[in-house]
Each structure stands twice: as C-alpha cells, then as structure tokens.
Design a protein around this ligand. Structure first.
Ligand code: IVH
Length: 608
C-alpha cells in the first residue's frame, strides 16, 4: 500500500478490516501524509490536490478512531500542521493557529449546525459566513496600534517571522487607524494571497529565469513570503484579508460580526463578501453564490467558512485537537479532471523562447472546457514525465491557465517515447539554442512566429499603443509579406492596409494614422516595445532612467549594464546582445529614417 505516488482513496469499509490490515493501512497513510506534508510545506510543490490530501487525513483519523491502539505519538493527526523548516526566525503565536474541519458534504454542515444548536439550547443560532481564501495563513501582531511582527502558521504553535515580506503588502497597515481599543497587544489572523494575474506573470518571469514554476497562487504566496529577501517580494500583487482576532489585551466585542467591524475600523481589510445567516438554506445559498462567483474573482477561494457568531457559544463549543467546534469549512467541488494528452506541441514566444504545450482531449473542468495546458519548459515535462497518450490530472485552480497536475500511471499500457525539445524552430526551421533551462530560437525577426507576436507586443497599450493592430492583423501583415520587421510597419500605405481581410478604406486610414502617430515614444516605452528578452516594463524604465537616451544604452557594454542595481547578468547580456546584433541595428536605423523620434528621459544619466 503506497500513498506517496498513487494515493488511491477508494478505501474499504472500516468495519471489514482486520486489526492487522488496519495497522498496515495506517502505517502507509502516515508515511504518505508525512511525505505530502513535506512537499507542501517545505518544498512548496505539492503532488496531490488538497481534496485528496484531506481524504487521506480523514481516513487516518477514522482508522485511529476505530482502532485506538493504532494511534502513535508521531502520527500526523496529533499535530496541527507541518514543522517549520527554514532560516527564518521562529515566533511563538499568541494563541494556537488551529485549522478548520473541512468537508465537501452538505450533511457534515447539517451536523455541525445541529451540534451548535444543541449546545446553545435555542432553535436559532446566528452564523457568520465568509469566503475560504486559498492563500497563506498568517498571524499579524500589533503593539499599541503599531505593527510588531507577522509570521506563518508553521506547526500551529510556532511559525516563521515573515515581517519583512508582509511589510511590502500595501494593504497591510503599519499603524492601526483607531488606536483606542487597540492598546497593548492585538494578534490577528489573516490570509495572504496573490492575484491570479500576478501569479501568471510571476510564473512567466520564473520560466524566463530558468526557475521552477509554482503550481498555484497559494504555493506562490507561500514560496514568496518565506523568502529571506523582501526585494523579490516587493511590488508583487499580494493582498491580505483579516478574519479572526486570536488574542487581545483589551476587551473584545461579544460577536464575530462585531469583531469584523472592529477590524475594519482599525483599518484592517476584511472581505467584502462576508455575510451572515441562521439556517442551512442561508448557508447553502451563500455556498452556491460564491461557487458561481469564484471564477470571476481575481483571487482564489476554495470554499466557504461557517462560523458561530456568538463568542460565548464558541467558548462553550470549544475545540477538538486541531479544529474548533465552532467553525466548519464547506469546500467547493475541486476543479480537476482526468483526460489524455493528444499531443505535445512547441510554441515560439515573442522573445524566441520555446514553450512545450500539451494538447488535451477536451474536458470540462469546473464548467470550463480545457483543451490545452502549458508545460512551461523541458525540465517541467521531464519532472512530471508527461508523454503523448498519457492519462493526466488537469487542475484549473480557478485560474485561466490550466495546469497538468500529474500523470496518472496506467498499468500495462505501453507509453510513447519521452518528449524532447525540437532541434529546429517549428516556425522558421532555424537551429534551436539551449540556454540554462530554456530553449531559444535566435532567428529573431526572421522567424515568423516571433515577428507576429513581436508586432503585437510593439503595438500593445503599454508599448507603442497603436490601436487596431491586433493579432489577426499582425498575422496577415506577416503572411502577406507586407512586414518583415518592425520598421516595415511605418512604410505601410493605406492601400496596403485596405488589402487586408476585414479592412475598408476608413479602418485602413485609422490604422495608418495610428501607426504614423506612434513616433514619439518616451524611451522607456520604446525599450519595452522592442521586445528585448528579459526587458519587461520595470527593467525598461530602469534602463531608460539610467542611460537617458537610446544611443547611450546602445553604446554601453554588458558589464556597465550589469552594474545597475537589480539588473541581473542574464538581462545585461540580453540587452548588450540586442544592440550588438547587426540586424537589430539595421531595424533601429530604418525606424529612425521613418521618423521615429524617441524622447530622452529628463535628468542626469550614467555615461557608459
Ligand atoms: S478561520 C480555526 N476564516 O483555512 C479557525 N480560516 O484550515 C481559524 N482560511 O489555514 C481559521 N479563509 O488559513 C478562517 N475566512 C476564513 C478563512 C480561513 C481561509 C484558511 C485558514 C486555515 C485554513 C483552514
């Protein structure tokens, strides 16, 4: 029995097990849970979904309840979470950070309500209803209204000091707004999460830097917040939402709804989705409503949390070992499905990076048809060992880009050969080069795949902002041989444009005007528009501010560029290579001849 690589959750009925069988299963479950804990908490790279993990954990709890002799002191069930392992300073929490009993079943919620009702001795109990954020659980402590420190959950008793990273989150106040009522110590529990858009951008950046990608925004939040240096965390789209007071020196309001109001008055962000109710119907409606809205939120939630509102009743209900009896998490059905890999193709990006993409047998994952999933890079394909014909589990962690979570082993079936990156660019046939973790087509603008996406990028809003030049138009310009490089854009006539599908005289004139009107970009936008590998908006702005004018940057060597703080070796090399390339120089010269007048940056600049 093995719960490490193939956690089979089709468990036998506990009543049918002999003591020996139960002991064997409990041992395997403990081993599996410890293994997955390590992957989740230490490596930030889980192999199984939360839903499967919860099932394993639940099964172990059930076995230990049915066969009490099986309980061991080191069983994962006697711990709250995993042990903290890192160089970060340890912080003891003001009160234990318990976890929630989680369920997918309405029946379990019903029984939770019954327990609360029985304990209260009344027929109507009020509940606060909150989204269950799928982020990183943290404790934040204020002393006399000032931020003292913040830490991860760790093992529930002791976490890791991540104050330096938390302080980079703009929505986390360093000073409470209404200091009275916050005298002495206030310890609050909150969730740090990353926007989906930010997560996609972060993974893209990591692929370009040859780093492993994060499987989902939660892992990204956990991984980033536990970094020793806050430099990489600052500016990333993290947010924080507060939902419980763990401990306070001053008197607290008697109900949770009032506690949430108090948090809000202190300037601590609480969820605008919070609600309250007193019946199963109210709770079911909230669950359904959030399940529907889940996909349009810019962050991930994986269920709802139902909490007894009255603190007196909470105290009476008390806690189990790891979970309070006054709250329950009702999770959404996991967005994951199993399908087969029909093919693995390779896409050529704007900067020439080759990305393997799995084409899937279309499958409905949580209401969205998924037919392709990025495999990020060759290392990732190798690590997950994905081949054509494989059966895979696809997760859509709520986000737009689906991921292949893992391959599901099929006994006895013969598998296709392992995937390997092509030697030649699938778009232009030129030789592929390997650089670190990624593979590149260096044909630059003579590769049609790069040219179309480069044109699109050049015209995009944050670059040259040329309206009406989308993907379809860019593709036609390249296919019809009207544009061979960026400079050709400025030589296009109204007649050329009128010949394109979907264009008439008026629209052709509009696009022509838009192109001709885009000739005086500030240096930072122009640099970004050129689509130099590793030069995103931030780096473009930094280079522009350092050098002031394009000529100075073009004359600077790799070493000089690399001396700029925060500009890495790879970026410096890529920029220097770009300006050294004769084809690129030719395009720049022709852009100038066509009237391009890049605006220098004001102020003092570095002399190369
Ligand atoms: S209350 C013990 N409220 O869900 C009660 N938790 O194990 C304290 N979570 O790691 C937790 N959204 O980080 C609470 N609105 C919410 C939550 C929430 C997400 C997390 C929490 C914990 C996990 C449950």
């Amino acid at each position: 029995m093995d719960f490490r690589s193939k956690p089979d959750t089709n468990f036998r009925n506990i009543d049918d097990l002999t003591e020996k069988e139960a002991a064997e299963e409990a041992r395997a479950l403990r081993d599996g849970i410890n293994y997955h804990d390590h992957l989740y908490y230490v490596k930030n790279a889980p192999k199984i979904s939360d839903a499967v993990y919860d099932q394993l954990f639940q099964r172990l709890e059930d076995l230990e309840a049915a066969f009490p002799d099986l309980k061991t002191e080191d069983s994962p069930t006697v711990r709250i979470g995993a042990e903290p392992v890192s160089k970060l300073t340890k912080i003891r929490h003001a009160a234990p950070l318990l976890s929630l009993q989680a369920t997918l079943e309405c029946k379990a919620v019903e029984s939770f309500l019954r327990t609360a009702r029985d304990k209260s001795g009344t027929t109507s109990v009020r509940y606060c209803l909150e989204p269950k954020f799928d982020g990183l659980s943290v404790e934040v402590v204020y002393h006399d209204g000032r931020f003292k420190h913040g830490s991860t959950r760790g093992d529930g008793m002791v976490g890791e000091d991540i104050s330096h990273n938390l302080k980079t989150i703009r929505s986390l106040p360093l000073c409470l707004q209404e200091a009275d009522g916050a005298s002495g110590r206030v310890a609050v529990r909150a969730e740090v999460y990353m926007s989906r858009e930010g997560f996609v951008a972060l993974n893209r950046q990591r692929v370009e830097r040859g780093q492993d990608t994060f499987a989902n925004p939660r892992n990204a939040a956990a991984g980033m917040m536990r970094q020793l240096e806050s430099r990489n965390v600052a500016g990333k789209p993290f947010d924080i939402v507060f939902y419980e007071i763990l401990a306070a020196d001053s008197q607290l309001p008697p109900t949770h709804c009032e506690v949430l109001d108090q948090l809000s008055r202190w300037g601590l962000r609480v969820s605008p989705l919070n609600d309250s109710g007193s019946s199963l119907e109210d709770i079911r409606a909230f669950h359904q409503d959030l399940a529907k809205r889940r996909d349009v939120l810019d962050y991930e939630i994986d269920g709802i949390v139902v909490k007894v509102d009255d603190h007196g009743l909470r105290d009476e209900l008390g806690n189990r070992h790891r979970n309070p009896r006054w709250a329950i998490a009702w999770k959404f059905e996991p967005c994951e499905e199993v399908t087969t890999v029909a093919d693995i193709v390779v896409q050529v990006g704007r900067t020439g990076i080759l990305t393997p993409v799995a084409l899937l047998q279309p499958v409905d994952v949580g209401g969205v048809t998924v037919s392709r999933a990025t495999l990020h890079n060759a290392n990732e394909v190798r690590r997950k060992d994905i081949r054509v014909g494989d059966c895979v589990r696809v997760i859509r962690a709520g986000d737009v880009i689906p991921e292949i979570e893992k391959r599901i082993g099929q006994k006895g079936s013969k598998r296709a050969a392992p995937f390997s990156m092509p030697r030649r660019c699938p778009a232009c046939g030129s030789k592929v080069q390997r650089k670190g973790a990624y593979y590149l087509c260096n044909a630059g603008l003579s590769c049609p795949a790069q040219l179309v996406t480069r044109l699109q990028h050049f015209a995009s809003r944050d670059a040259m902002d040329i309206k009406h030049l989308g993907e379809h138009t860019a593709a036609q310009l390249v296919e019809r041989g009207l544009v061979h490089d960026l400079a050709d854009l400025y030589g296009l006539t109204v007649e050329d444009l009128e010949s394109l599908d979907g264009f008439a005289e008026r629209s052709a004139k509009q696009l022509h005007d838009a192109i001709q009107g885009a000739k005086k970009p500030p240096l930072d936008r122009f640099l970004y528009a050129l689509g130099i590998r590793h030069v995103g908006q931030r780096v473009a702005r930094q280079l522009a501010n350092e050098y002031g004018a394009l000529e100075s940057l073009a004359a600077a060597g790799q070493q000089d560029i690399g001396n700029i703080p925060d500009i890495g070796k790879e970026t410096a090399e890529s920029v220097a290579d770009f300006f050294a390339d004769h084809q690129n120089r030719d395009v720049l010269n022709r852009l100038y001849k066509a009237g391009m007048d890049v605006q220098p940056m004001p102020g003092k600049h570095r002399q190369p």
